[in-house]
Design a binder for this molecule. Structure first.
Ligand code: ADP
Ligand code: MG
Length: 736
């Protein structure tokens, strides 16, 4: 009998094991039994051949309708063409050469059904005949003939055939054979899931589930198998998260209760607007957390423009009032600089401790970024270490080891989607004597199930309403079939500028140099279709704007390759209204806040992801002026890219769009664990569809960890958890 960690070569032989390892990264018995079929075919139902996509490796079930062999003139070659059909569409199979064609000719004759596996190509006859989909030299397996009539035949027709994600040299049916060999000898040991949990949720045993997913006797059995295996994925993940929460909440932290008559009160009194109900309520939640003896771990989400910064600043001031320091981390230098500017502006005299005109109980705010000058940096480091600076604003540079704080009480991480769990952990290490409180803010509103998994170690607060008086943002697609729209786009910019407003133009590339990683942190989902021209670049568009499209307007350029001082200068001038049009890369994606800007033009908009477009669009319509967002694209009507753009244009609901974004990505990408060749531990679970199951698993997991934090009474479960953590070692659950 074989255990889960047994190498496959012991059961399947070295040769097969080698193909499984190199082609599919399957090494152990456990790997193979968790390599689930991609889909299932029923013998009575043929694969829809119309749905085949060029270049894909497919396995189809079809019936042979025609077999035609012929010699090739003036060559010793021999060509066998077999046509198979699903009842309406056809697919041509071609076999060249006597040897290759021989077995096909012998086994394939009209009426025979089989599985055919190979790469789909399209054959276009010279002289313009109808293009024909084909598989060249496919692997195939003939399905045995139907037996006698009656019950046996019906059963036969209903047999479910698993179709596996295959690889070259290992067809689906060969994988099926390997799986069956392994399942026959599998020794699972005790079920990792506690019996009471299985009974409470009507779940079947693990062995039964594994057999059911690989070789279901009927669809009901398959459904039960999937439910059990999904449960395991959700539950084990939630156990890991519950353990993290428990460990974190057991740590000591210095309580920072609200102090009356302090900085926070002075700030509130001077605030030029009234806080929304949501801001006040979340403020209370945070204030209560900060007063506790254990560190806060809270996620604050809210759509673009919901006003998260003020909430964070108020939390920081409470901590400063309590004698501590607060650090604010931003994903980009541009955003860190902007936070620094807006926080000092909002605080006014309250940020000028020790300076002429500074208020009595004032503090200091310093900026710390990776590429600032040595002198400014030294000064900032000094003020952070001495405690003079109550608020330290920075980028990832703050994570570097030599940054010291006198008494770090709170870490605020802005626009979380760029910060992994490991980085949050690294910052927590910076607090001497207890852990700092942590507040994480998301750029993109995320569906609850994602919050429960990706950010499952955090408590969640949501700002669901925008501050009142916000004007609307209108979004339009500027498509290739309407060239007049593009001309109108430039005109609209000129009109807005004539009224004293400002505009952004965003391009996917900087241009001139190739190494642009800085500016493209979130690549658009999906593969680049072949043969597309390079995306529009800032430095290529600039001369055209200056000389032709927007002559006479004051155009500023912002991208990741500029020196930090230049970036800061450009943003300041834009904020001050000295620049009309800011031509930029996605460095303006998150957080940038210039309320006088009313137009956002996004070039090659189809190159960006849905959430990214939503973020970019959030740069306009921030004040009382209505915003206009124009999505310029070459994508053809009806294409997937156009559908995404239409979706962005049709709603300003960030939650709805983030669901759409999620649907179009692989789960692994969402969890940040998608590395080439690695398997995600989430194979069956889909974050969007399995919300109920995830929620139940979370409740059960939390209770179990509460009762048995180290899983001492649940050895088999602990082992399964260890396997998952191992798989995710480089992924999102990694501990510091
Ligand atoms: P985000 O949640 O996207 O980070 P910000 O914190 O940048 O949003 O806030 C967007 C804008 O709204 C800022 O200019 C901010 O000063 C303003 N703002 C925040 N709260 C309010 C409020 N209660 N009333 C009016 N304006 C507000
Ligand atoms: Mg923000």
């Amino acid at each position: 009998m074989a255990k889960l960690d047994e190498p496959l070569r012991n059961l399947l032989g070295a040769k097969t094991a080698k193909v499984l390892a190199s082609g599919l990264e399957l090494h152990t018995v456990g790997d193979l039994v968790h390599h689930y079929p991609r889909r299932y075919a029923q013998r009575g139902e043929l694969t829809d051949l119309d749905g085949l996509v060029d270049g894909e490796h497919v396995t189809v079930m079809a019936e042979v309708t025609k077999v035609q062999g012929r010699t090739i003139p003036r060559s010793p070659g021999y060509l066998l063409e077999v046509t198979v059909s699903d009842g309406h569409g056809t697919l041509k199979l071609t076999f060249f050469g006597r040897k290759g064609a021989w077995r096909a000719e012998k086994e394939l004759s009209p009426g025979v059904r089989g599985l055919f596996s190979g790469k789909v190509t399209t054959y276009r006859p010279r002289g313009g005949g109808r293009p024909q989909r084909q598989l060249t030299h496919p692997e195939f397996r003939v399905l045995p003939e139907e037996g006698s009539a009656g019950a046996a035949a019906r059963e036969f027709a209903e047999e479910i055939i698993p179709i596996y994600p295959a690889t070259k040299g290992l067809e689906s049916w060969k994988i099926e054979e390997c799986v069956q060999i392994v399942l026959d000898q599998l020794d699972l040991g005790p079920d990792p899931m506690p019996g009471p949990i299985l009974r409470r949720h009507g779940l079947i045993g693990l062995g039964e589930a594994l057999r059911g997913i690989h070789k279901p006797r009927d669809w009901g059995e398959l459904e039960r198998a999937r439910r059990r295996l999904k449960w395991d994925e959700a539950f084990v993940l939630q156990i890991a998260l519950a353990q993290r929460r428990k460990a974190a909440s057991a740590l000591p932290a210095k309580p920072r209760p609200r102090v009356r008559g302090g900085l926070l009160d002075a700030f509130d009194a001077a605030l030029p607007f009234t806080l929304t109900e949501g801001q006040l309520q979340v403020g209370e939640e945070i204030a209560a957390d900060l007063s506790g003896e254990h560190p806060m771990h809270r996620l604050l989400q809210g759509d673009v423009g919901a006003g998260k910064t003020v909430v964070a600043l108020r939390a920081m001031l409470q901590v400063v009032d309590g004698g501590g320091q607060a650090a604010l981390l931003a994903p980009t230098e541009v955003l860190a600089q902007q936070h620094y500017r807006s926080i000092t502006a909002m605080l006014g005299p309250l940020a000028e401790a020790g300076r002429l005109g500074g208020a009595d109980k004032a503090t200091r705010v310093v900026l710390l970024t990776g590429s600032q000058g040595a002198k400014a940096r030294r000064q900032a480091l000094l003020e952070a270490a001495s405690g003079e600076a109550g608020i330290v604003v920075g980028t990832h540079a703050l994570l570097q080891e030599h940054v010291q704080f006198a008494d770090l009480g709170l870490v605020v991480v802005d626009e979380q989607h760029r910060f992994g769990v490991e980085q949050r952990d690294a910052l927590r290490e910076k607090a001497a004597g207890g852990r700092p409180h942590v507040l994480v803010m998301t750029a993109t509103p995320i569906p609850r199930t994602v919050a429960m998994t990706v950010f499952g170690d955090l408590e969640t607060s949501t700002l669901s309403q925008l501050p009142s008086g916000r004007a609307e943002i209108k979004t339009f697609v500027v498509p290739p079939e309407r060239p007049a729209f593009l001309a109108r786009t430039w005109e609209r910019i000129r009109e807005e500028v004539a009224q004293g407003r400002q505009a952004y133009i965003v391009c996917p590339r900087i241009g001139a140099q190739e190494d642009e990683e800085d500016d493209a942190p979130t690549p658009p989902p999906g593969p680049d279709e072949e043969g597309r021209r390079a995306p529009v670049a800032v430095l290529d568009l600039l001369p055209r704007l200056e000389e032709e499209l927007l002559t006479g307007l004051r155009i500023g350029v912002l991208h990741g390759k500029l020196p930090p001082d230049d970036k800061d200068a450009v943003m300041r001038r834009f904020a001050a209204g000295e620049i009309d049009v800011l031509l930029a890369t996605t460095v303006v994606e998150v957080g940038v806040d210039v309320p006088n800007a009313t137009v956002m033009v996004i070039m090659d908009a189809d190159r960006f992801g849905v959430s990214q477009l939503h973020q970019l669009r959030g740069r306009v319509g921030r004040g009382s002026l209505p915003g206009l967002c124009l999505l310029v694209t070459d994508a053809e009507p009806g294409s997937r890219a156009r559908q995404r753009l239409d979706a962005v244009a049709s709603t300003t609901d960030g939650f709805a769009l983030s669901r759409l974004d999620l649907e179009q990505r692989r789960e692994g990408d969402v969890l940040g664990a998608a590395q080439a060749g690695r398997h995600s531990s989430l194979r069956l679970l889909t974050l969007l569809k399995d919300e109920e199951l995830i929620r139940t698993a979370r409740t059960e997991a939390t209770a179990l960890v509460e009762a048995d934090p180290d899983l001492q009474g649940h050895a088999a479960l602990a082992a399964e958890l260890a396997v998952m953590l191992d798989e995710e070692r480089a992924g999102f659950l990694e501990k510091a």
